[in-house]
Design a protein around this ligand. Structure first.
Ligand code: 5AD
Ligand code: SF4
Length: 522
């Protein structure tokens, strides 16, 4: 079956046109239920390296022709939307795109569930607890939908890319009107129209995962920092991870589109961009016509007049020498690298399909430190991978120390249906896993606190983001190495990069005093 046929098969629309009527007189129990498994037969494929290689060769099309159809341009006038976002920055940014589309359709954002005419749950599937929270929220929203039958309730994001989740929603949560996947965001206007007039649930989870849709509108959350997608998907197929299924194959945006977006953000006064991708340093591997990789992109962005460029997340396997050389130039390329290691044990790394060893990871860290002596390294770690022994866990602890990570996101392994690790034997009890997580977190806290102590009495550059959440009289911002700094100062410096002298260090933040002469006078 070719892509076109798969696309046609999986664009699921329910409710006959002749059968459409206003949502107002549409009792919830009338909605059709069907087993959607047949539609997923073409999309839901267990992670597999051979298939990854095959999909790597599929053509990638870039579309520049996104438009809101004429009849939907004002459909939201006088109406409101609310998007609840779960999970990573990629989802946060997808929410900005959906908000942009909805704004262009006339809808305005609200934070009040009761005021919303559209509620979208932009979901995360990375761990089970993320999914449970979403199902809890879907349940809560049922009474609102009963009270307000015209409300359009949608579930999108990574959970919607899973067959089991879609079937569960269709069977147990009939009050959900729309279910659409991560590749279908640009179809939002059509889906909303369908949701308004269709009697049935609208499900659209495209199997076509190889395209890039450019020029989508974006309503960014702030005016200081911005996210910029540089690539989508992941072909690494770590055995624990659901992302290659929910986000599709690795595909890179064209360099000129990224550079233009960053230039535009700089011109609008943004001070920082974070380049987004599941695996940003695989950037460019899929280009067939040009030889242009992540190091080249960073080198080009280095020349743009924007003060700070960050990226997340990188994979140790694709961290090449050219990239290190480019990052070592400094300037707007910051000396903080988030480098997920996941485990310190070679056997666990092998079973995770990470394709590097403890030794090669340490070698990479050595190269990075030699080129960027002041670099701050942070990481992600999973504890309790199936059958992880005490010795293997200890190897993670010693690696954490040996590398000197200044902070880490730590997780207990969560089995994800359809991934190879989910069927691996696991004799380690949850109690043991929790205890290991606690020990690891104690070490992470210790190393974080130590790294903070080094800043005592030092002056750091802080991008001031706004008032501190805890105290409106205090301003808050981030250093180049992404450390939170709280200090007192006038609100007029929000959005500026200022010098702050550190007077107190804590485990996760720094307190300081504004160095007055660094403040720009407007
Ligand atoms: N269980 C626990 N943690 C996971 N991660 C990814 N998949 C799982 C899983 N199944 C973690 C990894 C990754 C981060 C984003 O989430 O550490 O780097
Ligand atoms: Fe998941 Fe990251 Fe591995 Fe890709 S590289 S499979 S996103 S953990």
């Amino acid at each position: 079956m070719n892509e076109k046929q798969r696309l046609e098969m999986s664009q699921i629309k329910h409710g006959d046109a002749a059968d459409r009527k206003s949502g107002q007189d549409k009792p919830l129990h009338e909605k059709t239920t069907e087993d959607f498994a047949k539609y997923f037969q073409t999309t839901f494929q267990p992670p597999n390296i051979n298939k990854a290689r095959k999909r790597y060769r599929e053509d990638i099309e870039v579309h520049y022709d996104f438009e809101i159809p004429e009849d939907m341009k004002h459909i939201g006038n006088g109406k409101k939307f609310l998007i609840q976002t779960y999970g990573c920055q990629m989802n946060e940014h997808d929410t900005e795109v959906m908000a942009g589309i909805l704004n262009e359709m006339g809808y305005q954002a609200t934070t009040e569930t009761e005021d919303a005419d559209i509620i979208l749950l932009n979901t995360c599937a990375i761990r089970e607890n993320a999914e449970n929270r979403v199902f809890g929220e879907i349940g809560h929203l049922k009474s609102l939908k009963v009270e307000k039958p015209d409300l359009i309730l949608g579930v999108c994001g990574c959970m919607s890319q899973q067959e089991t989740v879609v079937n569960r929603i269709l069977k147990k949560h009939q009050h959900v009107d729309l279910i659409f996947g991560t590749h279908n965001i640009h179809r939002l206007p059509h889906l909303i129209k369908e949701g308004m007039f269709s009697k049935a649930n609208v499900v659209e989870v495209w199997s076509k995962e190889g395209d890039i849709i450019e020029n989508l509108p974006k309503s960014r959350k702030g005016k200081i920092k911005a996210w910029v997608n540089i690539m989508y998907g992941c072909d690494k197929f770590c055995t624990y991870c659901i992302v290659p299924m929910t986000r599709g194959k690795e595909r890179s945006r064209r360099p000129e589109d990224i550079i233009q977006e960053v230039r535009h953000l700089a011109a609008q006064g943004y001070k920082e961009v974070t380049l987004l991708g599941q695996n940003v340093n695989a950037y460019g591997k899929d280009f067939e016509d040009i030889s242009y990789r992540f190091g080249d992109l960073m080198n080009d962005l280095h020349k743009i007049d924007i003060p700070r460029v960050r990226f997340t997340t990188s994979h140790p396997r694709d961290f090449d020498d050219h990239l290190i050389e480019v990052l070592a130039q400094g300037g707007n390329l910051l000396d903080h690298i988030h480098l997920p290691v996941q485990s310190g044990s070679n056997e666990i790394l092998r079973r995770m399909n990470r394709k590097y060893t403890r030794e090669s990871f340490l070698e990479l860290v050595g190269k990075i430190r030699a080129a960027i002596p002041n670099v701050t390294l942070t990481t992600d770690i999973i504890v309790g991978f199936p059958n992880e022994t005490e010795e293997q866990f200890e190897e993670t602890m010693t690696l954490m120390e040996e590398v000197g990570f200044e902070s880490a996101y730590t997780f207990i392994y969560s089995p994800r249906e359809g991934t190879p690790a989910a069927v691996m034997k696991d004799n380690i009890t949850m109690e043991v896993k929790r205890e290991r997580l606690q020990r690891l977190n104690d070490l992470v806290n210790k190393q974080s606190a130590e790294s903070m102590k080094a800043y005592q009495d030092k002056v750091v550059k802080v991008l001031v983001e706004g008032e501190s959440k805890r105290d409106p009289d205090v301003l808050s911002g981030y250093t180049e190495k992404n450390k939170v700094v709280n200090f007192k100062g006038p609100k007029s410096i929000i959005g500026q990069i200022v010098d702050v002298k550190i007077t107190e260090t804590r485990t996760w933040s720094l307190n300081g005093e504004l160095v007055q002469n660094t403040v720009e006078v407007n």
